[in-house]
Design a protein around this ligand. Structure first.
Ligand SMILES: Cc1cc2nc3c(=O)[nH]c(=O)nc-3n(C[C@H](O)[C@H](O)[C@H](O)COP(=O)(O)OP(=O)(O)OC[C@H]3O[C@@H](n4cnc5c(N)ncnc54)[C@H](O)[C@@H]3O)c2cc1C
Length: 544
């Protein structure tokens, strides 16, 4: 919860690397990761989720067995989940985590989370919700139909193939585990023993049982899948040339926990009891890995979890991470704001981030206005606040970052300018004096969304009757361009922050506001960044 001037939209594919602090970095923004993030954002933790867009069930058109969302498209669930996390200010970045290491300065036990494109998160805790990679049997045609009419789980898609001609291809004794379920779903099941290493008496006993119950069992390897003119599975061809007609095919996979990013911490997978792959072992209660502070949730820890239990696991692990942070803070008698810490870290380096000039659009819009009381929200290094003071305005500079305000205060003193400093989080109750300012200015500033929009109400409420609200933001269109996650990670998520559009929409819903300007226009020269995009300008007056 914050108010600051950051320029996240300057982040084009080749910007200088940025380092951001957050409470929790979540690797993987699918069922488990998003649910963990939701828990943590609702515990007022700064959460940044990084996701490279490859959830395990992506090939499937529908997701089944998820109470409340039965039959939804997998992407739809994630889209709803992302909005829910962002509604509490949690960020979701499209990109990839390449490596997690202990941070150079480990005084507060942080991890350095390295992202594709060169940016870095410094996180107090890490949650790996990276899922697994399914290794499909090496049979011609399987990969092409995977997630469609080649299925792997009777609970996910068994109902959809009920009473159909179903061929189950067994490649491991564990493949027989779901066969009794399949037999119940369809009486047109054929079991094919393809190439089954580790065949044992138990497997043979199961086969006898199936045969006794009338299930045909074929002991010949598969050559390929056959598809019809519409591309759908129509059968299975065996190595002896025999063809089995089929509407759908069931196979098991081998699986590999997606752990590359954790390797620098020495975290590796362990053999799964099934003998079918590796998973990441975690504490069954907390989800913590062998490395304190690093947690994991979802399929990466247990490939049998469907979407709903994977989400539930994420929810529990998120809660456990929240406990661990809160208890650590209690021990150190601190109650830190992750947001404030992030901005203090950046403004506290002693290096100037921006140009020091006032924002050009502010200067142009203020021209001709009689000076009065102004609230500069997200004052940052004070370029606007100091300039407004020079123009005769009675300036209150506010920011969540005490380090930023210290800089503004020192510069104001050096120049002999009267500037009132107000250290506040825009999302805090009563952050700004209500109805007190002739001009409230928010220049490229932003604050995390909350469901009740407290920050937004604080902002509008600060404008005096007859006063002006001036909001300038970046045109977000370039930030929504698709990127290759292997090459680049967007470093800020604008959708987690209150944007100009949202402020304009709120004005439209309230009586007593007249919008004078709401437009996109080129940004005037003079700003620090060379990566800037167009401005979106919103100017409105409150009835007197
Ligand atoms: C074909 C198929 C169909 C399925 N159908 C169903 C169904 O109908 N119903 C059901 O309940 N279950 C279904 N499942 C199971 C379902 O896919 C899992 O239960 C679920 O995906 C587990 O969620 P998760 O969050 O643990 O992992 P995933 O959903 O796999 O998500 C992992 C996320 O981590 C991200 N990621 C990984 N590494 C990185 C990195 N280094 N940096 C950034 N991001 C990273 C990925 O992009 C991905 O979004 C199906 C599975 C398959 C294979």
């Amino acid at each position: 919860m914050t108010m600051h001037t950051h320029s996240h939209q300057h982040d084009h594919p080749s910007p200088p690397p940025i380092e951001r602090l957050c409470d929790v970095a979540v690797i993987g923004g699918s069922a488990a990761g998003l649910t963990a993030a939701l828990q943590l954002a609702r515990q007022r933790r700064t959460v940044v989720v990084v996701d490279d867009g490859t959830p395990r069930n992506a090939p499937a058109e529908h997701m089944h067995g998820y109470l409340g969302r039965e039959g939804a498209a997998p992407a739809e669930l994630l889209s709803i989940g992302r909005e829910e996390v962002r509604g509490y200010g949690g960020e979701i970045l499209t990109g990839r985590v390449l490596a997690v290491r202990p941070a150079d300065d480990r005084s507060d036990g942080r991890f350095r989370v390295e992202l594709s494109g060169g940016h870095t998160l410094l996180a107090r805790r890490v949650v790996a919700a990276t899922g697994i990679h399914d290794e499909l049997p090496d049979i011609e045609g399987i990969a092409q139909r995977w997630g469609q009419d080649v299925i792997h789980c009777p609970f996910c898609h068994g109902y959809e193939v009920r009473e159909q001609r179903l061929v189950q291809i067994i490649t491991h004794p564990m493949g027989l585990h779901p066969t009794a379920l399949l037999r119940h779903l369809t009486d047109r099941l054929t079991v094919v023993l393809h190439d089954v290493p580790g065949w044992d008496d138990r497997a043979e006993a199961t086969i006898s049982q199936l045969e006794d119950a009338g299930v045909p069992v074929v002991r010949t390897a598969v050559r390929r899948l056959i598809t019809g003119a519409d591309g759908a599975v129509s059968g299975v061809e065996l190595v002896d040339g025999q063809r089995l007609e089929a509407d759908a095919v069931m196979v098991g996979t081998r699986f590999h926990a997606r752990l590359d990013a954790l390797a620098p911490l020495g975290i590796v997978g362990s053999a799964h009891a099934s003998g079918l792959g590796e998973v990441l072992e975690v504490d069954p209660m907390t989800g913590q890995t062998a490395v304190p502070g690093v947690y994991a949730a979802g399929n990466v820890t247990d490939p049998s979890l469907q979407v709903l239990p994977a989400a539930a696991h994420g929810g529990r692990v998120g809660a456990m991470v929240a406990f661990s942070l809160a208890e650590e803070d209690l021990r150190s008698r601190a109650r830190p704001s992750g947001e404030e810490g992030d901005w203090d870290a950046r403004y506290g380096t002693g290096e100037r981030m921006w140009s020091g000039n006032p924002n050009g659009t502010l200067a142009a819009e203020v021209e001709g206005m009689p000076p009065g009381r102004v609230l500069d929200v997200g004052a940052g290094e004070g370029g606007d606040a100091l300039w407004l003071a020079e123009q005769g305005w009675d300036v209150t500079a506010t920011d969540i970052s005490g380090a930023a305000l210290a800089h503004v205060g020192a510069e104001a003193e050096r120049r002999g300018l009267p500037v009132t400093l107000h250290h506040a989080d825009a999302n805090a109750p009563g952050a700004f004096e209500p109805g007190a300012y002739d001009l409230v200015s928010l220049q490229y500033g932003s604050f995390p969304r909350t469901p009740e929009q407290r920050g937004l109400r604080n902002l509008l409420g600060a404008v005096a009757p007859g006063g002006t609200l001036l909001v300038v933001g970046h045109d977000l269109a370039p930030l929504r361009e698709a990127v290759d996650p292997a090459e680049h990670t967007w470093m800020f998520d604008p959708d987690a922050y209150v944007g100009v559009q949202e402020i304009a929409a709120a004005l439209g819903l309230q009586d007593g506001w007249t919008v004078l300007t709401h437009e996109t226009r080129p940004r005037p020269a003079g700003a620090a960044s060379s990566h800037h995009v167009d401005d979106v300008v919103l100017r409105a007056v409150r009835a007197g």
